[in-house]
Design a protein around this ligand. Structure first.
Ligand code: FUB
Length: 300
């Protein structure tokens, strides 16, 4: 009897933990999750912040960072950057949209789309020697004007690529070593035609993957393309996650402790309010040929 009781307790605790894991954050609204695993074996999520009570994405402001070592307990590292820290930014603040962060030569580079004093999108760059604090704004990427939703991918050979969006199309270029200038011009990424916003590129077993939200209405779905080259052309591979309860879908994919995960957002905390989103994650499984299996959502 005692054994049965203990077994029931274990099942109860595991279930309770699973229930707690999504959404990741429940004390504020978060969206556009970029997940990264750094050398300290922690997983960091770099999301944007949705403002309670707002009616518009224009009010989004003040980035937080969250991290975990077990996908159960999450640490909020607090607000690490606000529009008031951006000297060249739109005077009324807000417009701090989907960020990314990469690590290179001892420095964490935080990329954030923000409107400049003329209300035109720039890709801001802030740096720190730590993954979740002390970020200082360095400026914005030259050649990245009007682009939004930056994603930076560093290949095994050290080449750096910037992906970003304008007019619901994905463009990309090499980034110079200084991380502040693109080489040449942003080029349209062929084979990502269903793309609407928020690209995220990663590499697995020598293949390049780009995941992106599509134009599906009323709610976006998550699709992906694959390539042998980080600048394409890409081969569209179709859906990996069906629609959530929101018009936007934006996410990232990362391997953590031997398992791949998709990070994304939905309206689970707000009851489906488009501008009050919550970040979630679910496991991802690959087929033998490298294609991605449809992802089962644990919520929404
Ligand atoms: O969060 C603001 C915008 O909504 C992002 O930049 C888009 O990707 C969409 O999620």
């Amino acid at each position: 009897l005692l054994l049965v009781f203990l077994l029931l307790m274990v099942v109860f605790i595991v279930n309770a933990q699973n229930r707690r894991s999504n959404p990741i954050v429940s004390h504020m609204f978060t969206a556009d999750a970029t997940a990264r695993v750094w050398e300290d074996e922690r997983l960091y999520v770099y999301p944007s912040t949705d403002i309670a009570g707002t009616r518009s994405y224009s009010t989004m402001d003040g980035y937080h960072i969250f991290s975990t070592e077990d996908l159960i307990t999450w640490k909020d590292h607090g607000e690490i950057l606000h529009s008031r820290d951006v000297s060249w930014g739109w005077r009324k603040g807000g417009y701090m949209w989907a960020p990314d962060c990469v690590y290179k030569d001892g420095i964490y580079y935080y990329f954030f789309p923000h409107k400049n004093a003329k209300k035109i999108w720039e890709i801001g760059v802030a740096t720190s020697r730590k993954p979740a604090s002390d970020f200082e704004v360095q400026g914005y990427i030259k050649g990245g004007e009007t682009f939004c939703d930056p994603n930076v991918f560093i290949d095994d050979d050290g080449e750096i690529y910037l992906y970003a969006v304008v007019d619901a199309k994905c463009y990309a270029a090499k980034l110079k070593d200084n991380m502040m200038e693109i080489e040449g011009e942003m080029v349209h990424q062929i084979g990502t035609d269903e793309h609407r916003e928020g690209p995220f590129v990663f590499k697995r077993k020598g293949k390049y993957y780009m995941i992106y939200p599509d134009h599906h209405r009323p709610y976006n779905e998550m699709q992906y393309s694959m390539s042998d080259n980080p600048l394409g052309p890409w081969e569209p591979k179709g859906l990996i996650m069906e629609q959530n309860d929101l018009i936007t879908m934006h996410g990232s994919m990362v391997e953590f402790k031997g398992q791949w995960y998709l990070f994304y957002h939905n309206g689970s905390l707000s009851g489906g309010i488009s501008v009050n989103r919550s970040i979630c994650f679910d496991p991802v499984y690959f087929n033998e040929d490298g294609t991605i299996q449809m992802i089962k959502k644990s919520l929404g």
